[in-house]
Design a protein around this ligand. Structure first.
Ligand SMILES: O=C(O)C(=O)C[C@H](O)C(=O)CO
Ligand code: ZN
Length: 278
């Protein structure tokens, strides 16, 4: 297992960052590596973002050193979304088969978690988000059909998209983790526009289904001090509570959002008028 840590950043510091500093603090360039579990521990709400990509081997989720725990989920909950070929997650002896875009919630206290692919020529790619948890909630698999779906935007404003709420409180009980997947309609390129912030929750975006020769310009920062980070397929970006989080792609794409913090109210957002952006 590989891991790295990121500290929290004050917006007054972030506004002075150059491109390289912005990328070092907020961008997670490598989520997936063959036969590895790669994790990034952010001190923004102690959110862990990462990926497990088993090809031939079975990978075991182990407690990384910053947790000082006997096992990974001793004080945490975990959300998993498979963005690769069909794969299997084993949780304390129970088997969960996850197809492309299917999600699994594992609650606090699950001791043994392993990941494997069913077909090494189309390996699974398990995207992982984890947050501290005060209570145990049952494990639950969530398919796209079980997600709460919301249609937003329009072709005229290039932001026509479907929000699939996967691990949210209307679908599964969690302590603080919320995850979902937003799919852009063909021809639309803007996500989360008009934008928003939520002072009560931080958020991480993970982009996928983006052609390898295309890119996303992800916008962050306070609304009067916006900055951009160019991103590629299978990369993630950390959004502190003070930061807008919105992107425009050079093609359509899909992304997974994950959040944690003070509440589980998806709609608790302070909306930003497009004309107020600077
Ligand atoms: O396209 C969108 O709009 C989103 O997907 C918004 C995210 O769900 C979000 O930022 C939730 O806070
Ligand atoms: Zn948000």
């Amino acid at each position: 297992m590989k891991h790295e840590s990121r500290y929290s950043v004050h917006p007054a510091d972030a506004k002075k960052y150059d491109t390289q500093q912005l990328r070092e603090q907020f961008l997670i360039e490598k989520i997936f590596e063959d036969e590895e579990i790669c994790l990034t521990y952010s001190h923004e709400d102690r959110y862990i973002t990462g990926g497990a990509k088993p090809v031939y081997n079975t990978l075991e989720l182990q407690p990384i050193d910053p947790l000082k725990a006997d096992y990974f989920l001793e004080r945490r909950e975990l959300g998993i979304v498979n963005v690769g070929g069909k794969g299997i997650v084993m949780a304390d002896g129970d088997t969960y088969t996850l197809d492309f875009k299917e999600a699994l919630y594992l609650g606090r206290g699950v001791k043994n978690v392993t990941f494997k692919s069913i077909d090494s020529s189309a390996p699974a790619a398990f995207y992982l988000n984890s947050t501290p948890a005060h209570k145990t909630f049952p494990t639950k698999k969530v398919t796209s059909e079980e997600a709460e779906r919301v249609e937003l935007g329009s072709p005229e404003t290039s932001n026509h998209r479907i929000i699939n709420k996967l691990l949210v409180n209307s679908v599964v009980d969690t302590c603080q983790l919320q995850m979902g997947m937003t799919e852009l309609k063909s021809g639309s390129v803007w996500n989360t526009m008009p934008g928003h912030v939520h002072d009560r929750r931080m958020e991480v975006y993970f982009y996928f289904e983006l052609p390898e020769d295309q890119a996303i310009c992800h916008f962050m920062g306070q609304k009067e001090e916006s900055r951009h980070i160019w991103m590629h397929n299978h990369q993630a970006v950390i959004s502190p509570v003070w930061s807008m989080h919105s992107g425009a792609g050079t093609s359509s794409y899909t992304f997974i959002w994950g959040m944690a913090g003070e509440n589980l109210d998806y709609d608790d957002m302070d909306k930003i008028a497009i004309t107020d952006l600077r």
